[in-house]
Design a protein around this ligand. Structure first.
Ligand code: TYM
Length: 335
């Protein structure tokens, strides 16, 4: 990667809390690879965010390396892009602290993900969960990212990152670029297959609600066959048809056809045929991911080496911002 590139900077992150879902893939990860030629892309596996919810340490380690392999299998190209593990780069924790002092208690209490997660884990409403979006702002601002490709659920966190950056710039002078969200028009919020008014989420306890991107073809097809729909028996995108709308969205993204083309294709056909077609299209789309992942995860030495190298590059890039921020806030320099 060219250090003096004039390309716009992209940053995004994903938590290593288990295999990615079809929601992660369609809403975010599948777009990450497509941006690598036009932009200077920096992506991170955000293990520091993951521990805001209790993790089994050995599992987290395993999931982190698996996430690295998965992102490579999803098309991240290390000759073009920096892909690193968040805890390997000190700037994130350092900038997090400084930005905590520019974030307001009131605005953090308004974060819907904080409210949802504290309801889900009432036994452990830790301070990390509360200040989670500040660490996310630090991730983005440590690279002065212009654009952040994410699903719709991250929009509020990005608005907060912009507010924090703006407040810091106002207090200390121009330092940070204000990042823009980059949210896909179709597929920004993939819904649960069992409760299509809810987001598809890794932490869903019902395995039939979630497609994991490493699910085998027969599992994918079975889950789509069981997807909750409605009694109208007409494949069309319309208000109140949440299940069918979700399936049409998924089909449209993975097949590359528009929703209206998909509606025409299934005109007069039953839900059984439609669900089977969606399952097959998803399974085909994920075939190369499954195969590449199996090959990559078998080579731990290679993955570890990639992690090390990219952490060095990410550290060098973010250190420049940290130096500037430390000067601006008035920390004594003794170098
Ligand atoms: P995470 O790990 O929950 O999700 C990773 C990405 O997947 C998107 N996503 C979805 N998109 C569509 N439909 C869904 N059902 C769905 N579920 C998840 C998310 O929007 C996200 O883009 N806080 C972030 C990680 C993060 C981050 C960052 C992102 C940490 N620092 C800096 C961007 C920039 C999170 O928990 O994502």
């Amino acid at each position: 990667m060219q250090e003096n590139s004039t390309k716009k900077i992209i940053f995004s992150g994903i938590q290593p809390t288990g295999t990615f879902t079809l929601g992660n893939y369609i809403g975010a990860v599948s777009n990450w690879g497509k941006l690598q030629d036009e932009y200077r892309c920096i992506y991170s596996i955000v293990d520091m965010h993951a521990i805001t919810v209790r993790q089994e340490p050995a599992e987290l380690r395993k999931n982190t390396l698996a996430a690295y392999a998965l992102l490579l299998a999803c098309g991240i190209d290390l000759t073009k892009t920096i892909l690193f593990v968040q805890s390997h780069v000190k700037a994130h924790a350092e900038l997090n602290w400084v930005l905590n002092c520019s974030a307001q208690f009131g605005e953090l209490t308004r974060m819907t993900q904080f409210k949802e997660k504290s309801e889900k884990h009432p036994e452990d409403i830790n301070a990390g969960l509360f200040t989670y979006p500040v660490l996310q702002a630090a991730d983005i601002l440590a690279y002065n990212a212009d654009l952040v490709p994410v699903g719709a659920d991250q929009k509020q966190h990005l608005e907060l990152a912009r507010n924090i950056a703006q407040r810091f710039n106002h207090k200390y002078g121009d330092t940070f670029t204000l990042p823009e969200p980059y949210i896909p028009q179709t597929g920004a919020k993939i819904m649960s297959l069992q409760e299509p008014t809810q987001k598809m989420s890794k932490s869903d306890e019902n395995p039939n609600a979630v497609i994991s991107i490493l699910d085998e073809p027969d599992v994918i097809i079975r889950k789509f066959k069981r997807a909750v729909t409605d009694s109208e028996a007409c494949v069309r995108f319309a208000e109140g048809k949440d299940g069918i709308n979700n399936l049409l969205t998924i089909y449209s993204v993975v097949s590359g056809k528009s929703v209206s083309e998909a509606e025409k294709e299934f005109d007069g056909k039953g839900y059984g045929d439609f669900k089977l077609a969606v399952g097959e299209a998803v399974s085909d789309k994920l075939k190369s991911v499954r195969e590449d992942y199996a090959r990559l995860i078998a080579d731990k030495a290679y993955l570890t080496e990639c992690c090390k190298k990219s952490a060095l590059t990410a550290s060098a890039v973010s250190q420049r911002i940290i130096d500037k921020v430390y000067r601006k806030v008035g920390y004594l320099t003794v170098k």
